[in-house]
Design a protein around this ligand. Structure first.
Ligand code: TXA
Ligand code: MG
Length: 325
């Protein structure tokens, strides 16, 4: 049963309590409804991908009550400070490098070194974020492939029964998503047009580049779908998929009862639980890659993961990690 919460003090307190307990809560912002999860809780973030039914992991936006809270998790160059002063709270998302001390689970950023952060211009959302006291990862609260919801009724229709609660703060005033601006390159890149116009941004920071991200520009490809193509994390060691046996010169990424004989192993989920495996995927792959490299092993062997539920997104990412580079 999905609880429908009013946007009063009691509703906000209940929503915050659920989020702090690792549950999923949809909430209104000035742009669209977000499907929120405690961004520091990898399992809660995995549950977001599961509820949305996404066939791949794409990086999520983390929401904060103010710029100071956001910039505690990401590095903010002078340009970011100026944009935050001009547009926050508001429909502008900034992509910035994660700080070493960043509390956000790697899965929320799909394993990237960067993180998208924003401060929504919405009284209820800000009250909720203050009450949670942790970054809240929130993609639009629709099922994968559907349009972004702008009312609680839309969210209920798409995700009712799959999430703990919906905080009903009325229709979203803007109705299109936030503008996503990547500040990690030499010049600002507009990854997704949205509620803050390019003209308004350029009035503050000068020319903004469109259409390609630094990562896709390097790869020589143009961006087909703004904001969707981002560079992917890949381990340094080669990856071998669907392993049914393993050698002593290999590291094992295990799923379920582990194969014997590996040089070192990391367990995604001993009970073959896909949400647990998704929550562990990026941190586990990184740790295993570093340890295997230190031990002088030759590659990472990955046990098969079923193509059901979150397994689809896990396999999508493992296939990218195994692709020849
Ligand atoms: O208005 C909005 O932004 C809404 C409300 C709920 O805040 N959220 C939203 O989230 O639209 P989502 O997950 O549907 O879209 C996030 C966008 C995607 O296009 C994603 O690729 C991009 O932001 N993005 C997130 N993190 C990124 C990163 N580290 N690098 C590049 N792009 C990123
Ligand atoms: Mg979306």
């Amino acid at each position: 049963m999905t609880e429908l919460l009013a946007s009063d003090a009691a509703g906000i307190a209940r929503a915050a309590e659920l989020l702090r307990a690792g549950q999923l809560v949809a909430f209104g912002t000035e742009t669209v409804f977000g499907l929120g999860a405690d961004a520091t809780d990898a399992r809660a973030v995995a549950a977001v991908f599961d509820a949305k039914g996404r066939p791949h992991f794409n990086p999520l936006i983390c929401h904060y009550p103010d710029a100071d809270a956001a910039f505690a998790d990401v590095e903010a160059p002078e340009l970011a400070l100026r944009l935050a002063a001009a547009f926050w709270p508001g429909p502008l998302t900034l992509v910035l490098p994660r700080r070493i001390t960043c509390r956000v689970a790697l899965l929320a950023g799909a394993g990237l070194e960067t993180l998208a952060v924003r401060v929504p211009a919405h009284a209820t959302a800000l009250a909720l974020l203050r009450a949670v006291g942790r970054p809240v990862a929130a993609p639009s609260a629709n099922r994968s492939g559907q349009v972004s919801p702008t009312t609680a009724a839309h969210v209920l229709e798409a995700l009712g029964g799959r999430i703990a609660a919906i905080l009903d703060s009325g229709p979203c005033p803007i109705g299109v998503e936030s503008t996503v601006l990547d500040l990690t390159g030499r010049r600002p890149f507009l990854l997704r047009p949205g509620g803050t116009t390019r003209e308004a941004i350029e009035a503050v920071v000068g020319p903004v580049q469109l259409g390609v991200t630094p990562a896709t520009a390097q790869a020589g490809t143009t961006l087909r779908s703004p904001g969707l193509l981002v560079s992917h994390y890949a381990p340094t060691l080669p990856v071998r998929l669907a392993a049914t046996e393993v050698g002593a010169d290999e590291a094992l990424l295990a799923f379920g009862p582990p194969l014997a004989g590996a040089g070192v192993d990391f367990q995604l989920s001993g009970t073959a639980d896909l949400i647990e495996a998704a929550a562990n995927l990026f941190s586990g792959l990184r740790a295993l890659d570093a340890e295997a490299t230190r031990l002088g092993l030759r590659r990472i062997a990955v046990m098969p993961v079923p193509d059901t539920g979150l397994g689809l997104a896990i396999n999508d990412r493992l296939q990218r990690a195994a692709a020849p580079r």
